[in-house]
Design a protein around this ligand. Structure first.
Ligand code: RIB
Ligand code: CA
Length: 315
């Protein structure tokens, strides 16, 4: 007996990899019911992330989806963006039209709060794919919603794989470490999808060709997106393809058995200049700190890409 689809809110800073995650969610109605998409400042400023989120919804044929603009800057720090990775628009690569679907009037943080209060407790999963500013602001403004969250499955952090924006920090956490600290200390159920696992989800030439071989507008766009941000990652890591970070969040939600990790304590560095934004993961349990997160460190990459490609073929 198949379970009913998980109700989720995707919080995102598209970002080509965010875009593929959103497409995978829309392509999986038997597993995922997207209640709304909240844009946050991250890879590029908020006006662009909220534009890009709508462009992806239209690419998926989902002009009915509700897209909200959330926070335009981290809680206390200056916004740091990543145009050098994602291009000036944040969605360079494919040739997609400007969105025509509307942005919702409601602020993304208010949508998160209202949805968690209206939906049955424990029935909504939050899927942050960017800095945690919106989630932390919602928790701070409405602490009553924390216990109503089914799970937070977030892309962010790094431990054995170390950082991608500093030697010790991953971008999403580094942009807003204070927000990450609020989320990781909130007591909410957290599953972390860090670089430790996303750097094993590489878009090799064969996997990129499989996207293009779908022969669909979505397949072509996804291939163009991953071609674009691969140029930066191949140069940087010399790896056989770009890591497909954010789709691993939706992949985990759909097929958790493809992923493995450990329930450990994870805390966020917010004071040190040298290691700001580090996810201090007590992988070997050398402290008495309470475990607060499932920290994922491996996946079956072939099965993940087979699932991703099959699902994208539906759009
Ligand atoms: O470090 C990778 C993360 O930063 C991904 O979510 C990517 O989209 C960027 O937001
Ligand atoms: Ca992202």
């Amino acid at each position: 007996m198949s379970n009913s689809p998980r109700k989720i809110i995707i919080d995102t800073d598209p970002g080509q990899d965010d875009a593929v995650a959103i497409l995978l969610a829309f392509a999986s109605p038997e597993d995922v019911d997207v209640l709304g998409i909240t844009a946050v400042a991250g890879n590029v400023p908020l006006p662009l992330t909220s534009r890009n989120a709508r462009m992806v919804c239209e690419l998926a044929g989902r002009t009915d989806a509700k897209v909200f603009a959330g926070c335009d800057a981290p809680l206390v720090r200056r916004l740091i963006t990543a145009e050098h990775v994602h291009g000036k628009s944040g969605l360079d690569g494919p040739d997609l039209p400007e969105p025509t679907m509307p942005l919702q009037d409601q602020h993304g943080v208010d949508f998160i709060i209202d949805t968690l209060r209206e939906q049955p407790a424990g029935s909504v999963t939050l899927c942050p794919l960017g800095p945690l500013t919106n989630i932390a602001t919602a928790f701070d403004r409405a602490p009553d919603i924390i216990d109503r969250v089914q799970e937070v499955i977030l892309m962010g952090g790094a431990y054995f794989e170390v950082g991608n924006v500093t030697p010790t920090a991953e971008f999403n956490i580094y942009v807003d470490p204070e927000a990450a600290e609020i989320v990781f200390k909130s007591g909410v159920k957290i599953t972390v999808i860090p670089l430790d696992v996303t750097h094993k989800a590489l878009v090799t030439k064969a996997r990129n060709s499989a996207f293009r071989a779908l022969g669909t507008h979505v397949g072509e766009a996804v291939s163009d997106m991953t071609d674009f941000f691969e140029r930066f990652d191949r140069e940087k890591y010399g790896s056989e393809g770009a890591p497909l970070h954010d789709p691993c969040v939706i992949g985990y939600l759909i097929a958790p058995r493809l992923f493995t990790g450990r329930h450990i304590n994870v805390e966020i560095e917010t004071q040190s200049k040298l290691t700001l934004g580090m996810t201090v993961a007590d992988w070997w349990r050398v402290t008495s700190r309470e475990p607060n997160a499932l920290f994922i460190n491996d996946l079956d990459a072939d099965r993940f890409f087979t699932l991703l490609t099959e699902r994208l073929s539906r759009l």
